[in-house]
Ligand binder design. Structure first.
Ligand code: UD1
Ligand code: MG
Length: 456
């Protein structure tokens, strides 16, 4: 029988100083709570209940888990009791974790369940970690008397705010991850009081109470304390984000991606980056982005929901919701957005913006240009300073430009407009009427300047 899990997320998160619930603050593009739920799923937990507060509850539905509202935040033990009241009692294991530990690894959930042992095992297994001091974590107090336990069994947990000076130098911390035998949890949770520095019902008091009642409490230590760091303020949020980002970068590097500077490369889960992609410093890649083999991104790019082909070279540019073919060059300082589909070997130079446009193979727009709501045929050259005037003040209009067209410098292409294959427009033209294939137009407004065949 797989364990059920209770995730506590109702706390006020006062140390965040935020109007927004703490567990919804994002790290690497995902809410803090998402990371915890992801690892619980990865360890095979099927039944998850998240304890929320009234403001948070409607915002958690997107995670697709069951929630229970804790109307008043009276402490972690009170939150667990609220969840238990909503669950049909059964024999089995209940994992309890906090929604503010986004660095947790699913193996920790496996290990703590294993530490609980079989039916004659412990009533509770908890995770501890050695950490640098000072720390706001609860301290793990172990028995000293050899008569009681030669191995120094866990006796109780003391919250940092309740610690004596002597207890504050203990460097073994309560990580905040527990595997309880459900019957023991139901029994002990009901007996926890709130006589402490914060007048809260502490789940951590379960340790002392279970032992006093003759139960056994097991402990497992994590080798790397960073995987159980809690996020309580924005400083810890930034630290946790950096660690998560480092993990994401390392996974990409192991898969064959060169990341020149992981500290300034911002990734998210779920990216598909092929081998031999190089990511240069100052680059942020997010959303449903896929990048083909041999492509180079950065320095200083923002790439979101983009599908990028092979051997492309994108520098100092923004590429959003755009599809690029192979061997495309972008930037420096280009902005591609909102659903472009761009062919192979296209050259997009500095200060060029494309929006909602289909661009054929081998098109060149090398300098200072805007192409919006347009189709551009293959091999067309779109010169410096040319723009599609796609907005007439009321609605957006389309521009259709054929293959092998030459759009001159500093043109205004007033949409709706069709320019036929092989046409040319002169420098400085304002093109207000359709241009026939092969025609040459120039002027303001542009008129045909093609030599007419002589009539004999
Ligand atoms: C808690 C532990 C501490 C441990 C640390 C690890 C307790 C009493 N202390 O302290 O031993 O070292 O986590 O990170 O458990 N919550 C509720 N309802 C409440 C109060 C809290 O759902 O009434 C939730 C919070 O949203 C949070 C989690 O429980 O996700 C932990 O609460 P928090 O206030 O962050 O406890 P810590 O002080 O970090
Ligand atoms: Mg906390």
């Amino acid at each position: 029988m797989s364990a059920r899990a209770i995730v506590l997320a109702a706390g006020k998160g006062t140390r965040m100083k935020s109007a927004w619930p703490k567990v919804l603050h994002e790290l690497c593009g995902r809410a803090m709570l998402w990371w915890v739920l992801e690892e619980l799923h990865a360890s095979g937990v099927q039944e998850i209940v998240v304890v929320t507060n009234p403001e948070l509850d409607p915002l958690v539905t997107r995670f697709g888990v069951r929630t229970v509202v804790q109307a008043e935040q009276l402490g972690t033990a009170h939150a667990v009791t609220t969840a238990l009241d909503a669950l049909e009692p059964r024999d089995g294991t209940v994992l309890v974790a906090y929604g503010d530990m986004p660095l947790v690894d699913h193996r920790i959930f496996d290990d703590v369940q294993a530490a609980l042992g079989g039916d004659d095992g412990a009533a509770l297994a908890l995770v501890t970690a050695r950490m640098p001091l000072p720390s706001s974590f609860g301290r793990v107090v172990r028995a000293k008397s050899p008569a009681r336990s030669a191995s120094g069994a866990v006796e109780r947990i003391v919250e940092a705010k309740d610690c004596t000076a002597k207890q504050l130098v203990i460097d073994e911390m309560n990580a905040g991850i527990y595997a309880f035998r459900e019957s023991a949890l139901r029994d002990v949770a009901a007996r926890i009081g709130n006589q402490n520095a914060q007048a809260e019902y502490y789940l951590t008091d379960a340790v002392g109470l279970l032992i006093a009642g003759g139960g056994r409490v097991a402990a497992v230590s994590v080798a790397d304390y960073r995987s159980v760091l809690g996020v309580n303020d924005r400083i810890e949020l930034a630290e946790a984000r950096a660690l998560l980002n480092r993990r994401l970068c390392e996974a990409q590097m192991r898969a064959g991606v060169t990341i020149v500077d992981p500290a300034t490369t911002y990734l998210e889960p779920g990216l598909q980056i092929s081998c031999d992609v190089t990511i240069h410093p100052g680059t942020w890649i997010f959303g449903e982005t896929r990048i083909g083999e041999g492509t180079s991104i950065g320095p200083h790019c923002r790439i979101g929901n983009a599908v990028i082909g092979e051997r492309c070279d994108i520098r100092e540019s923004v590429v959003l919701s755009t599809q690029l073919g192979d061997d495309v060059r972008v930037g420096p300082f280009a902005h591609l957005r909102d659903g472009n589909v761009i062919g192979n070997r296209v050259r997009i130079g500095n200060f060029v913006e494309f929006k909602k446009s289909e661009i054929g193979d081998d098109v060149k727009a090398n300098h200072l240009a805007y192409i919006g709501d347009a189709t551009v045929g293959p091999r067309t050259n779109y010169a410096a300073g040319a723009i599609t005037c796609n907005f007439d003040g009321e609605k957006k209009n389309r521009t259709e430009i054929g293959a092998d067209v030459f759009i001159g410098t500093n043109n205004a292409l007033v949409a709706p407009l069709t320019i036929g294959d092989g046409a040319m427009t002169g420098a400085g033209s304002v093109v207000t009427r359709d241009v026939a294939p092969g025609d040459r137009v120039a002027g303001v407004p542009a008129r045909s300047i093609a030599k007419k065949p002589r009539s004999s």
